[in-house]
Design a protein around this ligand. Sequence first.
Ligand code: GDP
Length: 444
Amino acid sequence: MAFEGLAERLQNTIKKMTGKGKVSEQDVKEMAREVRLALLEADVNFKVVKDFIKKIKERAVGQEVMNSLTPGQQIIKIVKEELTDLMGGEQSKIAVSERPPTVIMMVGLQGAGKTTTTGKLANLLRKKHNRKPLLVAADVYRPAAINQLETIGKQLNLPVFSKGTDANPVDIANDAIAHAKEEHYDYVLIDTAGRLHTDENLMTELREIKENVDPAEILLVVDSMTGQDAVNVAESFDEQLAVSGVILTKLDNDNRGGAALSIRAVTQKPIKYAGMGEKLDELEVFHPERMASRILGMGDVLSLIEKAQENVDEKKAKELEEKMRSATFTFDDFLDQMEQVKSMGPLEDLLGMIPGANKMKGLKNAQIDEKQLVYVEAIIHSMTKKEREDPSIMNASRKKRIAKGAGRPVSEVNRLLKQFEEMKKMMKQMSGMQKGKKGKKKKG
Ligand code: GDP
Protein backbone atom coordinates (compact mmCIF):
# COMPACT_ATOMS: atom_id res chain seq x y z
CA MET A 1 0.00 0.00 0.00
CA ALA A 2 1.07 3.59 -0.56
CA PHE A 3 2.69 5.32 2.43
CA GLU A 4 2.63 2.22 4.58
CA GLY A 5 5.64 3.14 6.68
CA LEU A 6 4.55 6.72 7.30
CA ALA A 7 0.97 5.64 7.93
CA GLU A 8 1.98 3.17 10.58
CA ARG A 9 4.11 5.67 12.47
CA LEU A 10 1.55 8.45 12.37
CA GLN A 11 -1.21 6.10 13.43
CA ASN A 12 0.80 4.86 16.39
CA THR A 13 1.47 8.43 17.45
CA ILE A 14 -2.06 9.70 17.23
CA LYS A 15 -3.47 6.53 18.76
CA LYS A 16 -2.00 7.68 22.05
CA MET A 17 -4.17 10.80 21.88
CA THR A 18 -7.45 9.13 20.94
CA GLY A 19 -9.03 8.39 24.27
CA LYS A 20 -7.61 11.29 26.23
CA GLY A 21 -10.13 13.26 28.24
CA LYS A 22 -7.58 15.94 28.91
CA VAL A 23 -4.61 17.01 26.81
CA SER A 24 -1.75 18.95 28.32
CA GLU A 25 0.69 21.15 26.47
CA GLN A 26 3.28 18.55 27.26
CA ASP A 27 1.17 15.89 25.46
CA VAL A 28 0.92 18.11 22.41
CA LYS A 29 4.65 18.75 22.43
CA GLU A 30 5.41 15.07 22.54
CA MET A 31 2.97 14.24 19.78
CA ALA A 32 4.35 17.06 17.63
CA ARG A 33 7.88 15.75 18.13
CA GLU A 34 6.89 12.25 17.03
CA VAL A 35 4.94 13.51 14.02
CA ARG A 36 7.93 15.63 13.05
CA LEU A 37 10.26 12.65 13.18
CA ALA A 38 7.84 10.50 11.22
CA LEU A 39 7.58 13.12 8.47
CA LEU A 40 11.32 13.69 8.28
CA GLU A 41 11.93 9.97 8.06
CA ALA A 42 9.38 9.81 5.27
CA ASP A 43 11.64 12.24 3.39
CA VAL A 44 9.25 15.17 3.56
CA ASN A 45 10.94 18.50 2.81
CA PHE A 46 12.48 20.02 5.95
CA LYS A 47 10.80 23.39 5.65
CA VAL A 48 7.45 21.83 4.89
CA VAL A 49 7.73 19.76 8.07
CA LYS A 50 8.62 22.81 10.13
CA ASP A 51 5.59 24.80 8.94
CA PHE A 52 3.32 21.82 9.34
CA ILE A 53 4.35 21.18 12.94
CA LYS A 54 4.02 24.84 13.80
CA LYS A 55 0.43 24.90 12.56
CA ILE A 56 -0.50 21.69 14.38
CA LYS A 57 0.98 22.95 17.63
CA GLU A 58 -0.78 26.29 17.39
CA ARG A 59 -4.13 24.72 16.72
CA ALA A 60 -3.71 21.87 19.22
CA VAL A 61 -3.10 24.11 22.21
CA GLY A 62 -5.77 26.53 21.06
CA GLN A 63 -9.35 26.91 22.22
CA GLU A 64 -10.91 24.44 19.82
CA VAL A 65 -9.08 21.58 21.51
CA MET A 66 -8.70 22.59 25.09
CA ASN A 67 -12.38 23.40 25.52
CA SER A 68 -13.50 20.27 23.75
CA LEU A 69 -14.90 17.21 25.51
CA THR A 70 -12.87 14.96 23.27
CA PRO A 71 -9.55 16.74 22.87
CA GLY A 72 -7.78 13.64 21.53
CA GLN A 73 -10.28 13.34 18.68
CA GLN A 74 -10.00 17.06 18.01
CA ILE A 75 -6.25 16.75 17.58
CA ILE A 76 -6.61 13.90 15.13
CA LYS A 77 -9.09 16.01 13.20
CA ILE A 78 -6.55 18.83 13.09
CA VAL A 79 -3.78 16.54 11.85
CA LYS A 80 -6.09 15.25 9.14
CA GLU A 81 -7.11 18.74 8.05
CA GLU A 82 -3.53 19.94 7.92
CA LEU A 83 -2.39 16.87 5.98
CA THR A 84 -5.22 17.47 3.52
CA ASP A 85 -4.17 21.07 3.19
CA LEU A 86 -0.56 20.07 2.66
CA MET A 87 -1.58 17.96 -0.33
CA GLY A 88 -3.61 20.79 -1.83
CA GLY A 89 -6.94 20.77 0.01
CA GLU A 90 -9.43 20.40 -2.79
CA GLN A 91 -9.25 17.99 -5.69
CA SER A 92 -7.84 19.76 -8.76
CA LYS A 93 -9.77 18.94 -11.92
CA ILE A 94 -8.32 18.60 -15.38
CA ALA A 95 -8.86 21.52 -17.75
CA VAL A 96 -11.36 21.49 -20.59
CA SER A 97 -10.92 24.02 -23.39
CA GLU A 98 -13.96 25.88 -24.58
CA ARG A 99 -13.08 25.04 -28.12
CA PRO A 100 -11.89 21.44 -28.53
CA PRO A 101 -9.46 19.86 -28.67
CA THR A 102 -8.06 20.42 -25.18
CA VAL A 103 -4.31 20.13 -25.61
CA ILE A 104 -2.28 18.54 -22.83
CA MET A 105 1.51 18.42 -22.82
CA MET A 106 2.96 15.54 -20.83
CA VAL A 107 6.48 16.31 -19.58
CA GLY A 108 8.96 14.59 -17.29
CA LEU A 109 12.26 12.81 -16.96
CA GLN A 110 12.95 9.48 -18.60
CA GLY A 111 11.80 6.58 -16.46
CA ALA A 112 9.34 8.62 -14.42
CA GLY A 113 6.47 6.85 -16.15
CA LYS A 114 5.53 9.59 -18.62
CA THR A 115 4.63 7.42 -21.60
CA THR A 116 2.69 4.89 -19.53
CA THR A 117 0.87 7.72 -17.75
CA THR A 118 -0.02 9.40 -21.05
CA GLY A 119 -1.80 6.19 -22.05
CA LYS A 120 -3.40 5.82 -18.62
CA LEU A 121 -4.71 9.38 -18.66
CA ALA A 122 -6.21 8.99 -22.14
CA ASN A 123 -7.86 5.79 -20.95
CA LEU A 124 -9.28 7.53 -17.88
CA LEU A 125 -10.56 10.47 -19.93
CA ARG A 126 -12.36 8.06 -22.21
CA LYS A 127 -13.71 5.81 -19.47
CA LYS A 128 -14.66 8.35 -16.80
CA HIS A 129 -15.40 11.46 -18.80
CA ASN A 130 -16.58 9.91 -22.03
CA ARG A 131 -13.97 11.81 -24.06
CA LYS A 132 -12.31 11.00 -27.36
CA PRO A 133 -8.55 11.37 -26.84
CA LEU A 134 -5.71 11.32 -29.37
CA LEU A 135 -2.23 10.24 -28.28
CA VAL A 136 0.72 12.01 -29.91
CA ALA A 137 4.24 10.56 -30.09
CA ALA A 138 6.56 13.57 -29.98
CA ASP A 139 9.67 12.00 -28.43
CA VAL A 140 11.66 11.85 -31.66
CA TYR A 141 15.00 10.99 -30.10
CA ARG A 142 14.13 7.50 -29.00
CA PRO A 143 12.40 5.23 -31.54
CA ALA A 144 11.67 2.98 -28.57
CA ALA A 145 9.55 5.73 -27.01
CA ILE A 146 7.38 5.97 -30.14
CA ASN A 147 7.02 2.19 -30.28
CA GLN A 148 6.09 2.13 -26.62
CA LEU A 149 3.30 4.68 -27.07
CA GLU A 150 2.06 2.80 -30.13
CA THR A 151 1.99 -0.44 -28.16
CA ILE A 152 0.06 1.24 -25.36
CA GLY A 153 -2.35 2.72 -27.91
CA LYS A 154 -2.97 -0.76 -29.33
CA GLN A 155 -3.54 -2.23 -25.88
CA LEU A 156 -6.10 0.46 -25.09
CA ASN A 157 -7.52 0.55 -28.58
CA LEU A 158 -6.73 4.27 -28.80
CA PRO A 159 -5.24 6.02 -31.86
CA VAL A 160 -1.64 7.28 -31.79
CA PHE A 161 -0.53 10.13 -34.03
CA SER A 162 3.10 9.68 -35.08
CA LYS A 163 5.45 10.89 -37.81
CA GLY A 164 8.42 8.77 -36.89
CA THR A 165 11.74 10.15 -35.72
CA ASP A 166 12.58 12.44 -38.65
CA ALA A 167 9.96 15.11 -38.04
CA ASN A 168 10.33 18.08 -35.75
CA PRO A 169 8.37 17.84 -32.47
CA VAL A 170 6.70 21.23 -33.01
CA ASP A 171 5.47 20.15 -36.46
CA ILE A 172 4.26 16.84 -35.07
CA ALA A 173 2.28 18.64 -32.36
CA ASN A 174 0.76 21.12 -34.83
CA ASP A 175 -0.16 18.42 -37.33
CA ALA A 176 -1.65 16.31 -34.58
CA ILE A 177 -3.89 19.15 -33.45
CA ALA A 178 -5.04 19.84 -37.01
CA HIS A 179 -5.80 16.14 -37.39
CA ALA A 180 -7.68 16.13 -34.06
CA LYS A 181 -9.87 19.03 -35.22
CA GLU A 182 -10.73 17.27 -38.46
CA GLU A 183 -11.54 14.01 -36.77
CA HIS A 184 -13.31 15.58 -33.79
CA TYR A 185 -11.03 14.40 -31.03
CA ASP A 186 -11.63 16.41 -27.90
CA TYR A 187 -8.34 15.78 -26.07
CA VAL A 188 -4.83 15.75 -27.52
CA LEU A 189 -2.17 14.26 -25.23
CA ILE A 190 1.36 15.02 -26.36
CA ASP A 191 4.03 12.63 -25.08
CA THR A 192 7.14 14.84 -25.19
CA ALA A 193 10.79 13.83 -25.03
CA GLY A 194 12.31 12.76 -21.75
CA ARG A 195 15.93 12.90 -20.65
CA LEU A 196 17.80 11.47 -17.73
CA HIS A 197 18.39 14.98 -16.38
CA THR A 198 16.86 18.36 -17.05
CA ASP A 199 19.01 20.13 -19.63
CA GLU A 200 18.82 23.33 -21.62
CA ASN A 201 18.14 21.65 -24.98
CA LEU A 202 15.18 19.75 -23.64
CA MET A 203 13.73 22.84 -21.98
CA THR A 204 14.15 24.89 -25.15
CA GLU A 205 12.32 22.24 -27.14
CA LEU A 206 9.50 21.99 -24.60
CA ARG A 207 9.14 25.78 -24.50
CA GLU A 208 8.91 25.86 -28.29
CA ILE A 209 6.15 23.28 -28.29
CA LYS A 210 4.36 25.18 -25.55
CA GLU A 211 4.49 28.48 -27.46
CA ASN A 212 3.20 26.84 -30.60
CA VAL A 213 0.36 24.73 -29.27
CA ASP A 214 -0.75 26.85 -26.31
CA PRO A 215 -1.68 23.86 -24.13
CA ALA A 216 -4.54 23.95 -21.61
CA GLU A 217 -2.37 21.90 -19.27
CA ILE A 218 1.29 21.05 -18.90
CA LEU A 219 1.32 18.01 -16.65
CA LEU A 220 4.59 17.03 -15.07
CA VAL A 221 5.02 13.32 -14.42
CA VAL A 222 7.31 12.52 -11.47
CA ASP A 223 8.32 9.29 -9.79
CA SER A 224 7.13 9.50 -6.18
CA MET A 225 9.70 6.93 -5.11
CA THR A 226 12.51 9.40 -5.72
CA GLY A 227 11.32 11.52 -2.76
CA GLN A 228 13.02 14.90 -2.56
CA ASP A 229 14.57 14.47 -6.00
CA ALA A 230 11.06 14.49 -7.41
CA VAL A 231 10.45 17.79 -5.65
CA ASN A 232 13.65 19.28 -7.10
CA VAL A 233 12.76 18.07 -10.57
CA ALA A 234 9.32 19.64 -10.19
CA GLU A 235 10.82 22.96 -9.14
CA SER A 236 13.13 23.11 -12.11
CA PHE A 237 10.49 22.11 -14.67
CA ASP A 238 8.13 24.65 -13.17
CA GLU A 239 10.69 27.45 -13.34
CA GLN A 240 11.31 26.79 -17.02
CA LEU A 241 7.85 25.90 -18.22
CA ALA A 242 5.29 26.95 -15.61
CA VAL A 243 3.61 23.57 -15.34
CA SER A 244 -0.09 23.45 -14.46
CA GLY A 245 -0.13 20.28 -12.42
CA VAL A 246 1.71 17.18 -11.29
CA ILE A 247 1.07 13.48 -11.71
CA LEU A 248 2.78 11.31 -9.11
CA THR A 249 3.63 7.84 -10.37
CA LYS A 250 4.48 4.62 -8.53
CA LEU A 251 2.62 5.64 -5.41
CA ASP A 252 1.80 1.95 -5.04
CA ASN A 253 5.46 1.30 -4.29
CA ASP A 254 6.08 4.43 -2.27
CA ASN A 255 6.31 3.40 1.35
CA ARG A 256 7.37 6.82 2.58
CA GLY A 257 5.34 9.55 0.93
CA GLY A 258 7.92 12.36 0.98
CA ALA A 259 7.25 13.56 -2.56
CA ALA A 260 3.48 13.40 -2.19
CA LEU A 261 3.53 15.45 0.98
CA SER A 262 6.10 18.06 -0.13
CA ILE A 263 5.53 18.71 -3.79
CA ARG A 264 2.40 20.82 -3.49
CA ALA A 265 3.73 22.93 -0.63
CA VAL A 266 7.07 23.56 -2.38
CA THR A 267 5.85 24.20 -5.93
CA GLN A 268 2.29 25.40 -5.23
CA LYS A 269 1.21 23.19 -8.12
CA PRO A 270 -1.67 20.76 -7.58
CA ILE A 271 -1.27 16.99 -7.72
CA LYS A 272 -3.92 15.96 -10.22
CA TYR A 273 -3.50 12.22 -10.51
CA ALA A 274 -1.60 9.37 -8.90
CA GLY A 275 -0.24 6.24 -10.59
CA MET A 276 -1.10 3.21 -8.46
CA GLY A 277 0.37 0.36 -10.49
CA GLU A 278 1.82 -0.72 -13.82
CA LYS A 279 -1.49 -1.63 -15.40
CA LEU A 280 -3.09 0.89 -17.73
CA ASP A 281 -6.18 1.35 -15.59
CA GLU A 282 -4.17 2.09 -12.46
CA LEU A 283 -4.32 5.86 -12.47
CA GLU A 284 -6.42 7.56 -9.81
CA VAL A 285 -7.73 11.08 -9.49
CA PHE A 286 -5.84 12.56 -6.54
CA HIS A 287 -8.12 13.50 -3.66
CA PRO A 288 -6.09 15.17 -0.88
CA GLU A 289 -8.68 14.55 1.79
CA ARG A 290 -9.15 10.89 0.95
CA MET A 291 -5.40 10.43 0.86
CA ALA A 292 -5.00 12.03 4.30
CA SER A 293 -7.72 9.77 5.57
CA ARG A 294 -5.93 6.69 4.22
CA ILE A 295 -2.65 7.79 5.75
CA LEU A 296 -4.27 8.15 9.16
CA GLY A 297 -5.98 4.76 8.92
CA MET A 298 -9.45 6.23 8.67
CA GLY A 299 -10.12 4.45 5.41
CA ASP A 300 -11.46 5.84 2.18
CA VAL A 301 -14.99 4.60 1.71
CA LEU A 302 -15.75 7.01 -1.13
CA SER A 303 -12.95 5.62 -3.31
CA LEU A 304 -14.00 2.08 -2.47
CA ILE A 305 -17.57 2.78 -3.56
CA GLU A 306 -16.35 4.43 -6.75
CA LYS A 307 -14.15 1.47 -7.53
CA ALA A 308 -17.06 -0.89 -7.00
CA GLN A 309 -19.30 1.20 -9.23
CA GLU A 310 -16.71 1.26 -11.97
CA ASN A 311 -15.87 -2.42 -11.89
CA VAL A 312 -18.92 -4.28 -10.76
CA ASP A 313 -21.56 -5.03 -13.33
CA GLU A 314 -24.85 -4.00 -11.73
CA LYS A 315 -26.99 -6.44 -13.67
CA LYS A 316 -24.72 -9.30 -12.68
CA ALA A 317 -24.75 -8.16 -9.06
CA LYS A 318 -28.56 -8.27 -9.04
CA GLU A 319 -28.62 -11.74 -10.57
CA LEU A 320 -26.12 -12.87 -7.99
CA GLU A 321 -28.19 -11.52 -5.17
CA GLU A 322 -31.20 -13.42 -6.48
CA LYS A 323 -29.18 -16.64 -6.69
CA MET A 324 -27.93 -16.17 -3.17
CA ARG A 325 -31.47 -15.69 -1.92
CA SER A 326 -32.74 -18.79 -3.59
CA ALA A 327 -29.53 -20.65 -2.69
CA THR A 328 -28.95 -21.65 -6.33
CA PHE A 329 -25.48 -20.14 -6.23
CA THR A 330 -22.98 -22.35 -8.12
CA PHE A 331 -19.20 -22.51 -8.41
CA ASP A 332 -19.51 -20.65 -11.72
CA ASP A 333 -21.17 -17.77 -9.91
CA PHE A 334 -18.43 -17.95 -7.33
CA LEU A 335 -15.79 -17.58 -10.05
CA ASP A 336 -17.68 -14.65 -11.51
CA GLN A 337 -17.76 -12.91 -8.19
CA MET A 338 -14.06 -13.46 -7.63
CA GLU A 339 -13.34 -11.92 -11.03
CA GLN A 340 -15.32 -8.80 -10.15
CA VAL A 341 -13.58 -8.31 -6.82
CA LYS A 342 -10.19 -8.88 -8.44
CA SER A 343 -10.88 -6.26 -11.10
CA MET A 344 -11.06 -3.67 -8.32
CA GLY A 345 -7.34 -4.04 -7.62
CA PRO A 346 -5.11 -5.79 -5.08
CA LEU A 347 -6.97 -6.90 -1.96
CA GLU A 348 -4.43 -5.22 0.25
CA ASP A 349 -5.26 -1.84 -1.28
CA LEU A 350 -8.98 -2.48 -0.91
CA LEU A 351 -8.53 -3.27 2.78
CA GLY A 352 -6.65 0.00 3.22
CA MET A 353 -9.82 1.79 2.17
CA ILE A 354 -11.97 0.21 4.86
CA PRO A 355 -11.97 2.34 8.00
CA GLY A 356 -10.28 0.56 10.87
CA ALA A 357 -9.37 -2.53 8.82
CA ASN A 358 -5.74 -1.98 9.71
CA LYS A 359 -6.59 -2.21 13.38
CA MET A 360 -8.66 -5.37 13.13
CA LYS A 361 -7.15 -8.27 14.92
CA GLY A 362 -5.77 -10.78 12.51
CA LEU A 363 -5.94 -8.38 9.58
CA LYS A 364 -3.29 -5.98 10.76
CA ASN A 365 -0.33 -8.07 9.83
CA ALA A 366 -2.12 -10.47 7.56
CA GLN A 367 -0.16 -10.91 4.42
CA ILE A 368 -2.95 -11.31 1.96
CA ASP A 369 -1.94 -14.22 -0.11
CA GLU A 370 -3.36 -13.60 -3.55
CA LYS A 371 -1.91 -16.95 -4.60
CA GLN A 372 -4.63 -18.69 -2.59
CA LEU A 373 -7.18 -17.13 -4.92
CA VAL A 374 -5.33 -18.49 -7.92
CA TYR A 375 -5.38 -21.99 -6.36
CA VAL A 376 -9.10 -21.76 -5.69
CA GLU A 377 -9.66 -20.74 -9.28
CA ALA A 378 -7.50 -23.59 -10.57
CA ILE A 379 -9.50 -26.10 -8.54
CA ILE A 380 -12.83 -24.77 -9.77
CA HIS A 381 -11.59 -24.76 -13.36
CA SER A 382 -10.64 -28.43 -13.03
CA MET A 383 -14.25 -29.37 -12.31
CA THR A 384 -16.69 -30.22 -15.08
CA LYS A 385 -19.57 -27.87 -15.76
CA LYS A 386 -21.97 -30.32 -14.13
CA GLU A 387 -19.80 -30.54 -11.03
CA ARG A 388 -19.64 -26.78 -10.73
CA GLU A 389 -23.41 -26.67 -10.74
CA ASP A 390 -23.85 -29.53 -8.32
CA PRO A 391 -20.71 -30.33 -6.32
CA SER A 392 -22.46 -33.19 -4.52
CA ILE A 393 -21.99 -35.47 -7.56
CA MET A 394 -18.21 -35.57 -7.02
CA ASN A 395 -16.96 -38.84 -5.61
CA ALA A 396 -13.56 -39.48 -4.02
CA SER A 397 -11.84 -40.44 -7.26
CA ARG A 398 -13.14 -37.34 -9.04
CA LYS A 399 -11.86 -35.19 -6.19
CA LYS A 400 -8.46 -36.77 -6.58
CA ARG A 401 -8.48 -36.10 -10.32
CA ILE A 402 -9.51 -32.50 -9.77
CA ALA A 403 -6.74 -32.00 -7.23
CA LYS A 404 -4.25 -33.43 -9.71
CA GLY A 405 -5.57 -31.26 -12.51
CA ALA A 406 -5.18 -28.14 -10.37
CA GLY A 407 -1.80 -29.20 -9.01
CA ARG A 408 -3.07 -28.92 -5.42
CA PRO A 409 -3.46 -31.49 -2.61
CA VAL A 410 -6.83 -33.22 -2.35
CA SER A 411 -7.27 -31.79 1.17
CA GLU A 412 -7.55 -28.34 -0.42
CA VAL A 413 -10.29 -29.53 -2.74
CA ASN A 414 -12.18 -30.96 0.23
CA ARG A 415 -11.76 -27.76 2.19
CA LEU A 416 -13.10 -25.65 -0.66
CA LEU A 417 -16.12 -27.93 -1.09
CA LYS A 418 -16.84 -27.74 2.62
CA GLN A 419 -16.52 -23.95 2.68
CA PHE A 420 -18.81 -23.70 -0.32
CA GLU A 421 -21.45 -25.87 1.32
CA GLU A 422 -21.25 -23.82 4.50
CA MET A 423 -21.60 -20.64 2.54
CA LYS A 424 -24.72 -21.96 0.85
CA LYS A 425 -26.17 -23.02 4.17
CA MET A 426 -25.57 -19.56 5.53
CA MET A 427 -27.23 -17.97 2.51
CA LYS A 428 -30.28 -20.16 3.03
CA GLN A 429 -30.49 -19.12 6.64
CA MET A 430 -30.06 -15.49 5.80
CA SER A 431 -32.68 -15.50 3.09
CA GLY A 432 -34.98 -17.34 5.51
CA MET A 433 -34.44 -14.58 8.03
CA GLN A 434 -35.19 -11.93 5.46
CA LYS A 435 -38.38 -13.66 4.39
CA GLY A 436 -39.42 -13.81 8.03
CA LYS A 437 -38.83 -10.10 8.43
CA LYS A 438 -40.78 -9.23 5.31
CA GLY A 439 -43.66 -11.42 6.42
CA LYS A 440 -43.84 -9.70 9.77
CA LYS A 441 -43.83 -6.28 8.18
CA LYS A 442 -46.81 -7.13 6.02
CA LYS A 443 -48.82 -8.35 8.95
CA GLY A 444 -48.03 -5.32 11.09
P1 GDP B 1 9.03 7.21 -19.28
O1 GDP B 1 10.45 6.95 -19.63
O2 GDP B 1 8.90 8.37 -18.34
O3 GDP B 1 8.13 7.35 -20.45
O4 GDP B 1 8.56 5.99 -18.39
P2 GDP B 1 7.70 4.70 -18.77
O5 GDP B 1 6.30 5.11 -19.08
O6 GDP B 1 8.42 3.90 -19.77
O7 GDP B 1 7.67 3.95 -17.34
C1 GDP B 1 8.83 3.50 -16.70
C2 GDP B 1 8.47 2.29 -15.82
O8 GDP B 1 7.66 2.69 -14.72
C3 GDP B 1 7.68 1.24 -16.57
O9 GDP B 1 8.17 -0.03 -16.21
C4 GDP B 1 6.26 1.41 -16.03
O10 GDP B 1 5.50 0.24 -16.07
C5 GDP B 1 6.53 1.85 -14.63
N1 GDP B 1 5.41 2.63 -14.05
C6 GDP B 1 4.82 3.74 -14.53
N2 GDP B 1 3.86 4.20 -13.71
C7 GDP B 1 3.81 3.32 -12.67
C8 GDP B 1 3.01 3.24 -11.47
O11 GDP B 1 2.15 4.07 -11.17
N3 GDP B 1 3.28 2.21 -10.63
C9 GDP B 1 4.23 1.26 -10.91
N4 GDP B 1 4.42 0.29 -10.03
N5 GDP B 1 5.01 1.33 -12.00
C10 GDP B 1 4.80 2.32 -12.88
